[in-house]
Design a protein around this ligand. Structure first.
Ligand code: PMP
Length: 396
């Protein structure tokens, strides 16, 4: 059986981390990661999480199975966070939310569900997109296409190209959209552009699948979630995957959710019953700890307040690093304009560095970025930024 099996290709991002770990240069910096680091270069343990965990330890509850769709208190809290507690979809019980194994697990549940009920549809992801989008939907059995998204010449979104692609997709096509903080480019749509996207998606009968892995890292929890509410208000089927990996710094606990908005409570009940079958035949039911932590924080007013403040600290620090990078590059590389870095949102920046420049950064300065020029702004801090900017100025 195994003798004919070929080695699978290495994960490109993991490869960078391995090379980084092996590098002996004490000034090395890893900008290839997809994780938020604080100014000390550490992954934070949020205080709200620590407090919630202390409460849970105190209760010392037995570890029974969760229901197939997860902890009810978690699903409710997440649904209200994603759609808004006073939204029509929530009030009219037209939304279903199932706890999932991170944002990846939520996407996989949605993909498997869609393959069951819309087997002939094709999937469209942005060009470029988070590299796992294609693999996830292909592994669920879909043909995956791309729609134009990033425009290297403006360092922004090729919106005309995107809209035109949406206007020519067959009805029923599944469109994966980044709700905020586009990974890998950092280039987001404006409110007016979303208005056009929502109109075309509705008029052509496309199925929107919003992926929200970074709520709170763009302009704020509500501001970032607004697009989800606007899609829900427009009616029609809607899929939303969300993740707390970054916003709660709970990467390894695998906490996320899939929410689906239907047109009626009766339809939603049927959808949930089928979604449970998808879950049951995948992993039966989700793990308990991360969901309990997030549910406790979201539903306890003082912990929730604390979370919002801690998330704001992360968001503001990333913004400050963007500003510092642009300012310092102005001094060190005067002919170059990096102002677009401040306009980008979220943890990542398509820096505009070429593959050759990225290679030089790695070989000459032990600074690790992705070959596409993607850097994780959240890996910059007050101690490494001068090194990084100095090296970038030299390779430009
Ligand atoms: N979607 C996007 C756009 C992402 O960048 C990521 C990972 N950071 C995910 C989904 C998956 O999130 P998780 O790590 O919670 O599985």
């Amino acid at each position: 059986l195994f003798s004919a099996i070929e080695m699978a290709p290495r994960d490109p991002i993991l490869g960078i981390t391995e090379a980084f770990n092996a590098d002996k240069n004490p000034a090395k910096v890893n900008l290839g990661v997809g994780v938020y680091y604080d100014d000390n270069g550490k992954v934070p343990l949020l205080e709200c999480v620590r407090k919630a965990e202390a409460q849970l330890m105190e209760k010392a509850a037995p570890r029974t199975y969760l229901p197939i769709d997860g902890l009810a208190a978690y699903d409710k809290a997440v649904q209200e966070l994603v759609f808004g507690a006073d939204s029509a979809v929530v009030q009219e019980k037209r939304a279903v939310t199932a706890q999932a194994l991170g944002g990846t697990g939520a996407l996989k549940l949605g993909a498997d569900f869609l393959k069951r009920f819309s087997p002939n549809a094709q999937v469209w992801i942005s060009d470029p997109s988070w590299e796992n989008h294609r693999a996830l939907f292909e592994s669920a059995g879909f043909v995956v296409n791309t729609y134009p998204y990033y425009d290297a010449s403006t360092r922004g979104v090729n919106f005309a190209g995107m809209l035109q692609a949406l206007e020519t997709m067959p009805a029923g096509s599944i469109v994966v959209l980044h709700a905020c903080c586009h990974n890998p480019t950092g280039a987001d749509l404006t409110e007016d552009q979303w208005t056009d996207v929502i109109r075309v998606v509705a008029s052509r009968g496309l199925i929107p699948f919003l992926d929200m892995a970074y709520q709170g890292f763009g302009d704020g929890i509500d501001a970032d979630g607004k697009v989800v509410r606007r899609f829900a208000d427009a009616g029609g089927p809607l899929f939303v995957s969300n993740s707390f990996s970054k916003s709660f710094s709970l990467y390894g606990e695998r906490v996320g959710a899939l929410s689906i908005a239907a047109v009626s409570a009766e339809e939603a009940a049927r959808v949930l019953s089928q979604l449970k079958r998808v879950i049951r035949t995948n992993y039966s039911n989700p793990p308990i700890h991360g969901g309990q932590v997030v549910a406790t924080v979201l539903s306890t007013p003082e912990l929730r307040q604390m979370w919002e403040e801690e998330l704001a600290v992360m968001r503001v620090r990333i913004r400050e690093m963007r500003q510092a990078m642009v300012q310092k590059l102005k001094e060190k590389a005067p002919g170059q304009n990096f102002d677009f870095v401040v306009r980008q949102r979220g943890m990542f920046s398509y820096s505009g560095l070429t593959k050759e420049q990225v290679q030089r950064l790695r070989e000459e300065f032990s600074i690790y970025a992705i070959d596409t020029g993607r850097i994780c702004v959240a890996a910059l801090n007050s101690r490494n930024i001068d090194t990084v900017v100095g090296a970038i100025a030299k390779v430009l």
